[in-house]
Design a protein around this ligand. Structure first.
Ligand SMILES: *[C@@H]1O[C@H](CO)[C@@H](O)[C@H](O)[C@H]1NC(C)=O
Ligand SMILES: *[C@@H]1O[C@H](CO)[C@@H](O)[C@H](O)[C@H]1NC(C)=O
Length: 223
């Protein structure tokens, strides 16, 4: 009895030390504390995530989604369209720490540089040839042309892009280790905000004249 209690105490101490030494363990999507927690998207309470629907009202369809079966319309200036199955479109993902996005690219289409603050991204190309690249904090570019059924991984939070370098349309799936990865696209965050980022900040940031900044801003006026 005494030795069993001693072992239990040791385990408790080890866990406590591990948690104290590794606070990042609690900074990612939470580990589920129940089998499922289908998001109640209409709940009055706002949480970091969504509260669960009452289990008695959960149905098979809560764990199914057809959100990404159709190609998005790529007739836009970038030739890209991302269709998301994140928790907002697929409530069964709530608390599970994963989601998926389908991205369609017209020939020459570009998914412009952006980052996901809350997730790493595993890219699976389903069709065509896609140049995927990300940049590290040390200004190094890591890039590959990724073909059908091949994979490329983008570490959490790093700037990355996808460019269709094949001759036809391209399609890839992006899988995320977060139910809501978030997206930050610097071109939009700098040139398409309301209120606008001050001209002096933009001109000094890009080592440009204000007239040059105005040209770029005019391109993003419609977004
Ligand atoms: C993406 O495609 C959908 C479905 O065709 C369309 O409703 C949406 O406007 C498109 N988005 C962009 C940014 O082109
Ligand atoms: C795609 O979007 C363009 C521009 O908005 C529109 O003219 C075209 O009809 C759309 N195509 C489809 C298949 O919905």
């Amino acid at each position: 009895m005494a030795s069993a209690r001693y072992v239990t105490l040791q385990v408790v101490l080890l866990v406590a030390v591990a948690l104290a030494a590794a606070p990042w363990l609690v900074l990612s999507d939470p580990t589920p504390l129940q089998d499922f927690c289908v998001a109640d998207l209409k709940a009055a309470t706002a949480l970091d995530g969504f509260p669960c629907k009452p289990a008695a009202t959960v149905v098979d369809d809560d764990f199914f989604s057809a959100a990404i079966i159709s190609a998005g319309n790529t007739s836009n200036p970038f030739g890209v369209n991302s269709t998301r199955a994140t928790v907002a479109a697929f409530p069964g993902l709530n608390t599970l720490g994963l989601s998926i996005t389908r991205t369609d690219l017209a020939p020459g289409g570009l998914n412009p540089p952006h980052s996901h603050p809350r997730a790493s991204e595993l890219v699976l190309v389903l069709k065509g040839e896609v140049m995927v690249g990300f940049t590290s904090g040390l200004n190094r570019l890591y890039s590959k042309v990724v073909k059908e059924n091949e994979l490329f991984v983008v570490p959490r939070g790093l700037q990355h892009f996808q460019l269709n370098v094949g001759t036809g349309d391209a399609v890839f799936m992006a899988m995320f280790d977060a139910q809501s990865p978030g997206v930050v696209t610097p071109t939009f965050s700098l040139f398409a905000t309301k209120p606008a980022v001050p001209m002096e900040v933009l001109a000094k940031t890009f080592l440009m004249g204000e007239d040059e900044v105005d040209v770029i801003k005019s391109r993003f006026a419609g977004f």
